[in-house]
Design a protein around this ligand. Structure first.
Ligand code: 5GP
Ligand code: ZN
Length: 113
């Protein structure tokens, strides 16, 4: 997708601090971290929101969640982490390429507000 900032990161058209990559997913640091560890996990396939997912995307979304497990293991986040995804206006979604935020490194309040 031409005008998608996350697709540009995937294509190395804009820089990002990439921490993990497979054929199908990419994990990089959020540019405005809300916690000591704040990563974004994205599929390399451009899918705008959870409303756009199709059954054929199930394995890809599974890989995306497994990337969270793998990264958490590698970074030693045994104290815990939070995986969240904002979908649509009410959740404050800003970038319309599906992503999970992985937050860790401090006690995380619940509910987030
Ligand atoms: P959301 O769409 O869930 O509200 O959040 C999008 C996230 O993407 C924000 O936390 C924001 O800081 C992050 N973000 C936006 N543009 C960039 C960018 O160019 N590079 C990186 N690394 N993160 C970005
Ligand atoms: Zn995209």
């Amino acid at each position: 997708m031409q005008d998608c900032i996350f697709c540009k990161i995937i294509n190395r058209e804009i820089p990002a601090e990439i921490v993990y990559e497979t054929d199908s997913v990419l994990v990089f640091k959020d540019i405005r971290p809300a916690a000591p560890v704040h990563l974004l996990l994205i599929p390399k396939k451009h899918i705008p929101t959870f409303f756009d997912l199709e059954p054929a995307d199930a394995a890809l979304m599974g890989e995306l969640q497994m990337a969270a497990t793998e990264v958490a293991r590698r970074l030693g986040l045994q104290n815990g982490f939070r995986l969240v995804s904002n979908t649509g206006r009410d959740a404050g979604q800003l970038v319309f390429h599906i992503h999970y935020h992985l937050l860790a490194g401090r006690e995380l309040k619940w509910p987030p507000g």
